[in-house]
Design a protein around this ligand. Structure first.
Ligand code: PAF
Length: 283
Protein backbone atom coordinates (compact mmCIF):
# COMPACT_ATOMS: atom_id res chain seq x y z
CA UNK A 1 0.00 0.00 0.00
CA UNK A 2 1.20 3.55 -0.73
CA UNK A 3 2.35 5.48 2.32
CA UNK A 4 0.51 8.70 3.17
CA UNK A 5 2.70 11.69 2.40
CA UNK A 6 2.48 14.25 5.17
CA UNK A 7 3.79 17.82 4.92
CA UNK A 8 2.69 19.50 8.14
CA UNK A 9 3.51 18.84 11.79
CA UNK A 10 -0.20 19.10 12.71
CA UNK A 11 -1.16 16.36 10.27
CA UNK A 12 1.76 14.18 11.37
CA UNK A 13 0.67 14.44 15.01
CA UNK A 14 -2.94 13.64 14.08
CA UNK A 15 -1.93 10.54 12.12
CA UNK A 16 0.43 9.34 14.86
CA UNK A 17 -2.43 9.72 17.38
CA UNK A 18 -4.69 7.67 15.08
CA UNK A 19 -2.10 4.90 14.76
CA UNK A 20 -1.61 4.79 18.53
CA UNK A 21 -5.38 4.80 19.13
CA UNK A 22 -5.56 1.74 16.86
CA UNK A 23 -3.04 0.02 19.16
CA UNK A 24 0.11 0.43 17.09
CA UNK A 25 3.61 1.37 18.19
CA UNK A 26 5.69 3.68 16.01
CA UNK A 27 9.13 3.18 14.45
CA UNK A 28 10.77 6.22 12.86
CA UNK A 29 13.40 5.96 10.11
CA UNK A 30 14.94 9.42 9.58
CA UNK A 31 16.44 9.91 6.10
CA UNK A 32 17.42 12.64 3.67
CA UNK A 33 15.91 10.67 0.77
CA UNK A 34 17.90 9.21 -2.15
CA UNK A 35 16.93 5.92 -0.59
CA UNK A 36 18.90 2.73 -1.15
CA UNK A 37 18.88 -0.77 0.29
CA UNK A 38 20.62 0.47 3.43
CA UNK A 39 17.61 2.66 4.25
CA UNK A 40 15.22 -0.14 3.35
CA UNK A 41 17.02 -2.39 5.83
CA UNK A 42 16.28 0.19 8.56
CA UNK A 43 12.61 0.12 7.58
CA UNK A 44 12.68 -3.68 7.70
CA UNK A 45 14.30 -3.59 11.16
CA UNK A 46 11.51 -1.28 12.40
CA UNK A 47 8.88 -3.60 10.92
CA UNK A 48 10.55 -6.67 12.42
CA UNK A 49 10.27 -4.94 15.81
CA UNK A 50 6.51 -4.79 15.21
CA UNK A 51 6.16 -1.04 14.59
CA UNK A 52 4.10 0.95 12.12
CA UNK A 53 6.81 2.78 10.23
CA UNK A 54 7.25 6.47 9.54
CA UNK A 55 10.05 7.37 7.13
CA UNK A 56 11.07 11.01 7.20
CA UNK A 57 12.53 12.46 4.02
CA UNK A 58 14.08 15.84 4.64
CA UNK A 59 17.33 17.16 3.18
CA UNK A 60 18.35 19.13 6.22
CA UNK A 61 20.12 22.35 5.16
CA UNK A 62 21.57 23.06 8.62
CA UNK A 63 23.82 19.99 8.59
CA UNK A 64 25.60 20.91 5.35
CA UNK A 65 28.69 22.98 6.03
CA UNK A 66 29.33 23.10 2.27
CA UNK A 67 26.61 24.84 0.22
CA UNK A 68 27.61 23.04 -2.97
CA UNK A 69 27.23 19.68 -1.22
CA UNK A 70 23.66 20.67 -0.26
CA UNK A 71 22.86 21.75 -3.83
CA UNK A 72 24.26 18.52 -5.27
CA UNK A 73 22.51 16.26 -2.78
CA UNK A 74 20.34 13.85 -4.85
CA UNK A 75 16.59 14.42 -4.51
CA UNK A 76 13.84 12.25 -6.01
CA UNK A 77 10.83 11.93 -3.74
CA UNK A 78 8.69 9.97 -6.22
CA UNK A 79 11.40 7.32 -6.63
CA UNK A 80 11.87 7.17 -2.84
CA UNK A 81 8.14 6.66 -2.23
CA UNK A 82 8.03 3.95 -4.91
CA UNK A 83 10.81 2.08 -3.08
CA UNK A 84 8.88 2.28 0.19
CA UNK A 85 5.57 1.05 -1.25
CA UNK A 86 6.31 -2.72 -1.07
CA UNK A 87 7.42 -2.30 2.55
CA UNK A 88 4.02 -1.12 3.75
CA UNK A 89 5.35 2.11 5.29
CA UNK A 90 2.49 3.95 7.01
CA UNK A 91 3.69 7.56 6.64
CA UNK A 92 6.29 9.46 4.66
CA UNK A 93 7.01 12.61 6.64
CA UNK A 94 8.33 15.05 4.05
CA UNK A 95 8.05 18.62 5.34
CA UNK A 96 9.19 21.64 3.36
CA UNK A 97 12.09 23.64 4.80
CA UNK A 98 9.69 26.39 6.03
CA UNK A 99 7.69 23.86 8.07
CA UNK A 100 10.83 22.52 9.72
CA UNK A 101 12.54 25.88 10.21
CA UNK A 102 9.81 28.49 10.60
CA UNK A 103 10.55 32.22 10.57
CA UNK A 104 12.47 33.23 13.67
CA UNK A 105 13.91 29.74 14.27
CA UNK A 106 16.71 30.27 16.80
CA UNK A 107 17.42 27.04 18.68
CA UNK A 108 20.40 24.74 18.23
CA UNK A 109 20.99 21.39 19.93
CA UNK A 110 24.74 21.01 20.38
CA UNK A 111 26.37 17.85 21.73
CA UNK A 112 29.89 18.40 23.04
CA UNK A 113 32.83 16.01 23.45
CA UNK A 114 31.83 13.20 21.15
CA UNK A 115 31.63 15.68 18.24
CA UNK A 116 35.18 16.98 18.69
CA UNK A 117 37.08 14.74 16.28
CA UNK A 118 36.43 12.74 13.09
CA UNK A 119 33.64 14.36 11.02
CA UNK A 120 33.17 17.00 13.75
CA UNK A 121 36.68 18.33 13.15
CA UNK A 122 36.35 18.79 9.41
CA UNK A 123 32.65 19.63 9.07
CA UNK A 124 32.06 22.58 11.41
CA UNK A 125 28.41 22.86 12.46
CA UNK A 126 27.48 19.53 10.89
CA UNK A 127 26.61 17.73 14.11
CA UNK A 128 24.73 20.74 15.50
CA UNK A 129 22.55 20.52 12.39
CA UNK A 130 22.10 16.77 12.80
CA UNK A 131 21.40 16.98 16.54
CA UNK A 132 18.89 19.79 16.05
CA UNK A 133 16.95 18.14 13.23
CA UNK A 134 16.95 14.68 14.85
CA UNK A 135 15.67 16.20 18.12
CA UNK A 136 12.92 17.88 16.13
CA UNK A 137 12.03 14.72 14.20
CA UNK A 138 11.83 12.71 17.44
CA UNK A 139 9.66 15.34 19.11
CA UNK A 140 7.42 15.68 16.06
CA UNK A 141 6.77 11.95 15.57
CA UNK A 142 7.27 10.80 19.20
CA UNK A 143 8.21 7.28 18.06
CA UNK A 144 8.79 4.31 20.35
CA UNK A 145 12.02 3.64 18.49
CA UNK A 146 14.14 5.31 15.81
CA UNK A 147 16.52 3.49 13.44
CA UNK A 148 19.92 4.69 12.21
CA UNK A 149 22.72 3.04 10.25
CA UNK A 150 26.14 2.37 11.79
CA UNK A 151 27.88 3.78 8.70
CA UNK A 152 27.39 7.16 10.36
CA UNK A 153 28.77 5.79 13.60
CA UNK A 154 29.66 9.17 15.11
CA UNK A 155 26.18 10.47 14.22
CA UNK A 156 24.68 7.46 16.01
CA UNK A 157 26.81 8.22 19.09
CA UNK A 158 25.68 11.86 19.02
CA UNK A 159 22.03 10.81 18.78
CA UNK A 160 22.38 8.32 21.65
CA UNK A 161 23.91 11.12 23.74
CA UNK A 162 21.24 13.71 23.00
CA UNK A 163 18.37 11.29 23.58
CA UNK A 164 19.84 10.38 26.98
CA UNK A 165 20.64 14.00 27.90
CA UNK A 166 17.30 15.46 26.81
CA UNK A 167 15.26 12.51 28.19
CA UNK A 168 13.60 11.91 24.84
CA UNK A 169 11.58 8.72 25.36
CA UNK A 170 12.59 6.90 22.17
CA UNK A 171 14.77 3.81 21.88
CA UNK A 172 17.65 4.39 19.44
CA UNK A 173 18.47 1.34 17.33
CA UNK A 174 21.81 1.19 15.48
CA UNK A 175 21.66 -1.11 12.45
CA UNK A 176 24.54 -2.84 10.60
CA UNK A 177 26.18 -1.22 7.56
CA UNK A 178 24.85 -2.56 4.25
CA UNK A 179 27.51 -3.04 1.58
CA UNK A 180 27.66 -3.49 -2.18
CA UNK A 181 29.14 -6.82 -3.37
CA UNK A 182 32.63 -5.29 -3.56
CA UNK A 183 32.33 -4.04 0.02
CA UNK A 184 31.59 -0.34 -0.59
CA UNK A 185 29.25 0.91 2.12
CA UNK A 186 25.89 1.87 0.63
CA UNK A 187 25.44 5.63 0.57
CA UNK A 188 23.30 8.17 -1.26
CA UNK A 189 26.57 9.83 -2.31
CA UNK A 190 27.81 6.78 -4.27
CA UNK A 191 25.75 7.78 -7.33
CA UNK A 192 27.98 10.85 -7.71
CA UNK A 193 31.08 8.72 -8.37
CA UNK A 194 32.37 8.30 -11.93
CA UNK A 195 32.54 4.77 -13.36
CA UNK A 196 36.26 4.64 -12.60
CA UNK A 197 35.77 6.21 -9.17
CA UNK A 198 33.10 3.66 -8.32
CA UNK A 199 35.61 0.85 -8.89
CA UNK A 200 38.32 2.60 -6.84
CA UNK A 201 35.81 3.32 -4.05
CA UNK A 202 35.72 -0.37 -3.10
CA UNK A 203 39.31 0.03 -1.87
CA UNK A 204 38.08 2.12 1.04
CA UNK A 205 36.49 -0.87 2.78
CA UNK A 206 39.18 -3.28 1.59
CA UNK A 207 41.97 -1.07 2.95
CA UNK A 208 40.10 -0.50 6.21
CA UNK A 209 39.46 -4.24 6.66
CA UNK A 210 43.11 -5.04 5.94
CA UNK A 211 44.18 -2.38 8.45
CA UNK A 212 41.88 -3.87 11.10
CA UNK A 213 43.33 -7.33 10.40
CA UNK A 214 46.89 -5.99 10.68
CA UNK A 215 46.10 -4.35 14.03
CA UNK A 216 44.34 -7.57 15.12
CA UNK A 217 47.54 -9.44 14.35
CA UNK A 218 49.60 -7.09 16.54
CA UNK A 219 51.11 -4.60 14.06
CA UNK A 220 51.72 -1.05 15.24
CA UNK A 221 48.62 1.13 14.87
CA UNK A 222 50.67 4.12 13.70
CA UNK A 223 52.43 2.14 10.97
CA UNK A 224 49.22 0.51 9.79
CA UNK A 225 47.42 3.85 9.65
CA UNK A 226 50.14 5.59 7.65
CA UNK A 227 50.51 2.67 5.21
CA UNK A 228 46.76 2.54 4.69
CA UNK A 229 46.60 6.29 4.00
CA UNK A 230 49.43 5.97 1.48
CA UNK A 231 47.66 3.05 -0.21
CA UNK A 232 44.42 5.04 -0.58
CA UNK A 233 46.19 8.09 -2.00
CA UNK A 234 48.18 5.90 -4.41
CA UNK A 235 44.93 4.25 -5.56
CA UNK A 236 43.47 7.62 -6.59
CA UNK A 237 41.73 9.04 -3.52
CA UNK A 238 42.29 12.81 -3.66
CA UNK A 239 42.51 13.47 0.06
CA UNK A 240 42.00 11.76 3.38
CA UNK A 241 40.09 13.67 6.01
CA UNK A 242 40.92 11.16 8.70
CA UNK A 243 41.90 7.55 9.18
CA UNK A 244 41.89 6.76 12.88
CA UNK A 245 41.31 4.11 15.49
CA UNK A 246 38.90 5.22 18.20
CA UNK A 247 37.09 3.71 21.15
CA UNK A 248 33.90 2.02 19.99
CA UNK A 249 32.16 3.33 23.13
CA UNK A 250 33.03 7.01 23.52
CA UNK A 251 35.02 7.63 20.31
CA UNK A 252 38.08 8.74 22.26
CA UNK A 253 41.36 8.46 20.27
CA UNK A 254 43.41 5.26 20.69
CA UNK A 255 47.00 4.64 19.69
CA UNK A 256 47.13 1.15 21.17
CA UNK A 257 44.55 -1.59 21.05
CA UNK A 258 43.49 -1.76 24.71
CA UNK A 259 39.66 -1.61 24.56
CA UNK A 260 36.86 -2.23 22.04
CA UNK A 261 37.77 -0.18 18.99
CA UNK A 262 36.74 0.76 15.48
CA UNK A 263 38.67 2.17 12.55
CA UNK A 264 37.12 5.26 11.00
CA UNK A 265 37.86 6.77 7.60
CA UNK A 266 36.66 9.74 5.56
CA UNK A 267 38.24 10.27 2.16
CA UNK A 268 37.53 12.17 -1.05
CA UNK A 269 37.16 10.51 -4.43
CA UNK A 270 35.83 12.35 -7.52
CA UNK A 271 35.18 15.21 -5.10
CA UNK A 272 32.77 12.98 -3.16
CA UNK A 273 33.36 12.54 0.57
CA UNK A 274 33.03 8.86 1.48
CA UNK A 275 33.01 7.55 5.05
CA UNK A 276 33.21 4.06 6.51
CA UNK A 277 34.13 2.23 9.70
CA UNK A 278 34.95 -1.32 10.80
CA UNK A 279 35.39 -3.17 14.07
CA UNK A 280 38.89 -3.99 15.32
CA UNK A 281 38.55 -7.34 17.02
CA UNK A 282 41.91 -7.61 18.74
CA UNK A 283 43.72 -10.80 19.67
O1 PAF B 1 21.83 10.19 8.26
C1 PAF B 1 21.07 10.99 7.68
O2 PAF B 1 20.51 10.73 6.61
C2 PAF B 1 20.83 12.35 8.33
O3 PAF B 1 21.97 12.83 8.96
C3 PAF B 1 19.62 12.35 9.30
C4 PAF B 1 19.85 11.45 10.49
C5 PAF B 1 18.37 11.92 8.55
C6 PAF B 1 19.39 13.78 9.83
O4 PAF B 1 19.15 14.68 8.80
Amino acid sequence: MSPVIVRTIDELRLRVRELRAAGHTIGLVPTMGALHEGHLSLVQAAKDDGHKVIVSIFVNPTQFNDKKDLEKYPRNEAADVALLEPLDVAIVWAPHVEEMYADGFATTVSVSGITDGLCGATRPGHFDGVATVVSKLLLQALPDAAYFGQKDYQQLAVINRLVADLNIPAKIVGCPILREVDGLAMSSRNVRLSEKGRKTAALLFQTLSQAAEDIDSGKSVETVMSRSSEALLAAGFEAIDYLEMRSADDLSPMTEFDRPARLFVAAFLDGVRLIDNVVVKGR
